[in-house]
Write a protein that binds this ligand. Sequence first.
Ligand SMILES: Cc1cc2nc3c(=O)[nH]c(=O)nc-3n(C[C@H](O)[C@H](O)[C@H](O)COP(=O)(O)OP(=O)(O)OC[C@H]3O[C@@H](n4cnc5c(N)ncnc54)[C@H](O)[C@@H]3O)c2cc1C
Length: 475
Amino acid sequence: MDLTRLTSIFPKERVELLSEALARFQDDITDADPRIPGAAVWPESVEEIRALVCWAGENGVPLTPRVANQNVGGLAIPEAGGVVVDFTRMNRILEFSRDDMYAIIEPGVTQEQLKAYLEEHAPELRIGYSLAPPDTSVLLNCLMDGLTNYSLRIGSMSEAILGLEAVLHDARVIKTGAWGVGPVPYGRPPLPDLTGLFIAWLGTTGIVTRGVLALWPKHPLRERLFILAQDLDATFTMVKRLVRLEICDDLGVLTWPTGRMMLGVERPRIERVEGEPVCFVYLDISAETRSEMDGKIATARRVLAKTGAGGVLTGPLFVDDLVTALPEMVRYSDFPTDLDFLTKSKGGGMTWVGTYGPMSTIASCCQACMDRMVEHGFPPAVVCRAMKTGHFAVLRFLEVFDRNSPEEVARIRKLNLELFDLAIGYGYVQYKPPLSVLPRLHAKMDPETLRTMRELKKMLDPKGIFCPSNLGLID
Ligand SMILES: Cc1cc2nc3c(=O)[nH]c(=O)nc-3n(C[C@H](O)[C@H](O)[C@H](O)COP(=O)(O)OP(=O)(O)OC[C@H]3O[C@@H](n4cnc5c(N)ncnc54)[C@H](O)[C@@H]3O)c2cc1C
């Protein structure tokens, strides 16, 4: 295929065809296999995307859109010889309604950009911020059903999408939700919800060009509290009690190796030091008034006292006190932040098995997976968050590794497949699934569900041009 024809759609300076320059698109931070594209383009308009989709369909060229390529799953690695569609130049905040609490944004809008915009134009409103780097896309995190520091309230981030605009395989442009009917894109009801055709499909059904994002009230007072825990069961018992009281905006649990990495230890040892907390819990609490805040903190203290008998739970420590004692903690006092101990580790590699699952099995799943990590010679680094008032939770088992060590990469791959198998036995399902787990995921899925997904893929992408490898739906 003659990819130089792309210059009839895009100006020359927004097309890259040189193989040396294209090598930087071939992989990501994980252990996923590299694939070198044949070209990369930087669109600036929906019309350019439509022309590109027509061209790709006529010529059978696969397209892989991306922004920061930080999905931690190899999901924006292009098809070999295909075209990378880099959305970093489509980064406009197109519309914003203070009254109806939404913003219409393009895929390239980043966490730091939207945060700065809201701080300037509507400091009383917020979005949820993920732990991903500040330059990652807000909309893609929502489309991938990711999670943020507002997920305890709303669940995974697709809940923040009020409507989408997408380019289909035949270059038609559709709008979903109320946006497809009237002038105000207030939400997804009441018509059949086409938004779901683009959520968690990982770029396989069409190219999303705009999203309507819900904004949420941001209360003026905010506290971040830390609790140190010596016992995993007691920790999760406390978490389950706390979430039902609805006093926290966010609640997370980080095991001791994650805590050590946050304090600058590049590769924490596998063994815990005598007396070191097994994990720490953080609670984000916000309030309109001081008395409301004091009441919420008093409630948290009561739960802590009730669950932490015998000194298994200590705290709460306030983030300001912690920062006084450990100044390096200041970067964790607000999100988004740069967790460079993960993204820029010495060995250059980071990966994880990220799962959503039920609260009822969280302690046993977490412990079993931590034990398995230790068996394979990796520190049991886990990040956990309660989601949607405790209807479910996230357990994320993460590893940093040396990309230049084939032995370590092989061990990581084996471990991660085992963690997938183990976690699913407790009802924990891996999200943003990388290629490596797809055969296992498909084997676990209800066959009719999988068949329907394949049929939908065929209907929405008959020529197989949209991220054909993702989700493994093309035979
Ligand atoms: C240190 C670290 C911490 C992280 N913490 C979190 C976290 O707390 N929560 C969380 O959810 N995630 C987290 N992530 C994962 C990830 O960074 C986020 O999900 C982030 O939002 C991805 O944005 P991106 O710009 O990197 O997307 P990319 O990786 O560039 O793209 C993601 C996917 O979207 C598809 N896509 C791109 N553009 C389009 C389009 N226009 N239409 C349709 N599909 C498209 C791509 O093909 C790909 O499949 C973390 C990552 C890192 C490195």
